[in-house]
Design a protein around this ligand. Structure first.
Ligand code: MSP
Length: 501
C-alpha cells in the first residue's frame, strides 16, 4: 500500500480574524487533499494555528488578556472558519498544545546534545516599540532610524544559535537534485539565487525571557524561550509524530505563501537534516491577493471578508472564484466586479444553467426517467476526466477547472445544437430526444465527479438531483455510462441563483 499523502498549510498567527489570504491557502490545500482522495489515495490534511511569539503576545496585551485565554478565544473562531470553508482537515494543530510543545522541547534537547547550537552574544540596535533588533538595512539615508521605530537603543543580548551556515552547500545540492522540491520553478530559482549569492547566517533560535516570555521554554536553559519560527515549523513533524500509526513523515506538500519561502525552503530543510528526518517532497508556493490593486490591509479597510462573501454567494462560489481566478504562484487581484462576472458567466449561466435545463427537460419530456445510453459526449467527457486526473496529480487546480469547463461549454453548446425543446414537439424525433437527454444527464453526472474536490456542495447537489445516492467523491466514477437507464432522477433546482446586481 502506498504511503498516506500528507499535506499541510502554513499555520496562521492568531492575532486577528481570518481574511482572504488565509482562506485561499486553506482552500488550495483542501482541494488538493480532496483531489488525492478522489484519485483513491489515503490522505492526511493538517492545518492549524501559530500561537506563540511576539505578535500574539502583543495582540493579547492590547486586549488586556493573558495570551493563552486570548488564543483560546480566537482559536474557536478559526476552527469555525475551517468548518465554514468545509475543509476536510484530519487534524488541527495549535502550537500551545502539550503534544506539540513536548515534541519541540525533545527536538531542542536532541539538537543541543548533538552540538547543533551554540550560545553567543549579539550587540545591535533595538527598537523597544517594535520589540525587534534593527539592521543596517533599516537605516535611513541619513544614517538614523525612522521615527516609527520609537526609541532605538544599543543592546547586548545573549542567545542560542543554530548552525545553519555549515549546510549551505548541502542545501544548494539538494535543491538542485530535486527539481520539484520548490514549486513553481521561479520560486525555486529565487531560493537558489539567494543561496548562491549570500552567506547563510546562523539562525538565532531563542529569545530571552526578560524580553519575550510567550514561547516554549528551552529545555536546557530556563532564561530563554524558543524563537517562534523554530517552534512553528516543527508543527509539521510534531503532528506527524502524534499519529505514529499512520507513518506520515515525510510530508508530500507544504502549501505556503510567497512571504515565508525562506523559512520553509532554507531553515526547515536544515532543521530536518539535523533532526535526522527526510525532507518534504514539495514546498508549493502561492502568491498574494490584493484587492482593487492595493494591498489588503485592515488599517486602510481594504479587505475582503470571506465570511460575508460566503454568506451572500455561497461557499462554492467563493472556492471557485479564488482557484479559477488565480493559478498557484502569481499574485492575484480581487475585484467584486470580477467575482460577480465569473459567478454569472461560469457558475450561473455555465454550470448551473446546464444542469438545470438538462434535468428539467428530462423531467418534463421523460417524466424524470433516464433513457437508453448514448455516447455522443463520451469523448468530450473522457478528455476532461483524463486531463483532470493528470492535473490533480500536478496540483494544477486552475488548469483542471479550465479543462472541466471545456466539458461544461461543450455540453451547453450541445443543447443549442440539438435543440431538445424542438425535438420534443415532433413525435418522430423521440429517439433522438432520448439520446440528447441521456448525453446531457450523463455529462452532468461526470461533471459532479470532476468538480467534487472544488465544489463539494454543488457536486453533491448534482448527484442528488440526478437521483443518485452515494457521493461523487471518486474520480473513477467519471467513466462514461455510469447513469443507468430506467432510473428516476430527483428534483431539479437552480444551483447558482442568478442575482440582479
Ligand atoms: N505563522 C506564520 C506561518 C508559520 S508556518 C510554519 C505566518 N502566519 S500568517 O498568518 O501571517 O500567514 C499565514 C499564511 O497566509 C501564509 O502562508 C501567508 O503567505 C498567507 N497569506 C497572508 N496574507 C495573504 C494574502 N494577502 N494573500 C495570500 N496569502 C496570504 O506567516
Amino acid at each position: 500500500m502506498s504511503k498516506r499523502f500528507y499535506i499541510t498549510t502554513a499555520i496562521d498567527y492568531v492575532n486577528g480574524q481570518p481574511h482572504l489570504g488565509h482562506a485561499y491557502e486553506k482552500i488550495i490545500a483542501d482541494v488538493i487533499a480532496r483531489a488525492r482522495r478522489s484519485l483513491g489515495q489515503e490522505v492526511f490534511f493538517l492545518t492549524g494555528l501559530d500561537e506563540h511569539g511576539q505578535k500574539v503576545q502583543q495582540a493579547a496585551q492590547a486586549e488586556k488578556k493573558n495570551p493563552q485565554e486570548y488564543c483560546d478565544a480566537l482559536a474557536a473562531d478559526w476552527q469555525a472558519f475551517a468548518k465554514k470553508l468545509e475543509l476536510t482537515n484530519d487534524d488541527f494543530v495549535r502550537t500551545t498544545q502539550p503534544r506539540h510543545k513536548a515534541f519541540v522541547q525533545a527536538t531542542l534537547a536532541k539538537l543541543h546534545a548533538a552540538g547543533h547550537f551554540y550560545k553567543a552574544s549579539y550587540t545591535g540596535f533595538y527598537s523597544t516599540k517594535e520589540e525587534t533588533f534593527l539592521t543596517e538595512k533599516d537605516r535611513l539615508a541619513d544614517g538614523k532610524f525612522d521615527a516609527s521605530y520609537g526609541e532605538v537603543v544599543e543592546l547586548k543580548e545573549d542567545n542560542y544559535y543554530f548552525r545553519l551556515g555549515a549546510q549551505q552547500q548541502w542545501l544548494i545540492d539538494t535543491i538542485e537534485a530535486n527539481p520539484d522540491f520548490i514549486a513553481p520553478s521561479y520560486r525555486r530559482n529565487e531560493v537558489l539565487g539567494f543561496l548562491k549569492n549570500n552567506k547563510l547566517e546562523d539562525l538565532c533560535i531563542s529569545r530571552p525571557v526578560a524580553r519575550l516570555n510567550w514561547g516554549i521554554p528551552l529545555p536546557f536553559d530556563p532564561d530563554f524561550v524558543t524563537y517562534v519560527w523554530f517552534d512553528a515549523l516543527v508543527n509539521y513533524a510534531s503532528i506527524a509524530a502524534a499519529h505514529p500509526e499512520l507513518g506520515l513523515w515525510p510530508a508530500d506538500i507544504h502549501v505556503i505563501g510567497k512571504d515565508i519561502v525562506k523559512f520553509h525552503a532554507v531553515y526547515w530543510p536544515i532543521m530536518l537534516k539535523a533532526m535526522g528526518l527526510p525532507l518534504p517532497k514539495q514546498i508549493l508556493v502561492h502568491g498574494w491577493w490584493q484587492k482593487d490593486g492595493a494591498k489588503i490591509s485592515k488599517s486602510t479597510g481594504n479587505v475582503v471578508d470571506p465570511i460575508a462573501v460566503i454568506n451572500e454567494w455561497g461557499l462554492d462560489a467563493f472556492r471557485f472564484y479564488v482557484l479559477r481566478e488565480l493559478d498557484i504562484g502569481p499574485d492575484g487581484n480581487w475585484t467584486d466586479a470580477g467575482f460577480r462576472s465569473r459567478y454569472q458567466a461560469e457558475l450561473a449561466n455555465g454550470l448551473g444553467n446546464l444542469v438545470n435545463r438538462s434535468l428539467s427537460m428530462l423531467k418534463r419530456y421523460r417524466n424524470g426517467i433516464v433513457p437508453a445510453k448514448s455516447n455522443e459526449l463520451a469523448a468530450d467527457a473522457a478528455k476532461a476526466a483524463d486531463e483532470t486526473r493528470v492535473l490533480f496529480k500536478q496540483s494544477q487546480l486552475q488548469a483542471a477547472l479550465q479543462s472541466i469547463w471545456g466539458l461544461v461549454n461543450r455540453a451547453n453548446k450541445f443543447v443549442d445544437e440539438t435543440a431538445p425543446f424542438k425535438l420534443a414537439k415532433d413525435p418522430a424525433q423521440a429517439q433522438r430526444l432520448d439520446e440528447v437527454l441521456y448525453n446531457l444527464a450523463e455529462a452532468c453526472r461526470v461533471l459532479a465527479v470532476l468538480l467534487w474536490p472544488f465544489l463539494p456542495g454543488t457536486a453533491t447537489k448534482i448527484y442528488a438531483q440526478l437521483g443518485l445516492t452515494g457521493s461523487p467523491d471518486k474520480l473513477d466514477a467519471a467513466t462514461w455510462g455510469g447513469l443507468q437507464p430506467g432510473q428516476t432522477i430527483g428534483e431539479p433546482a437552480p444551483l447558482f441563483p442568478r442575482k440582479d446586481v
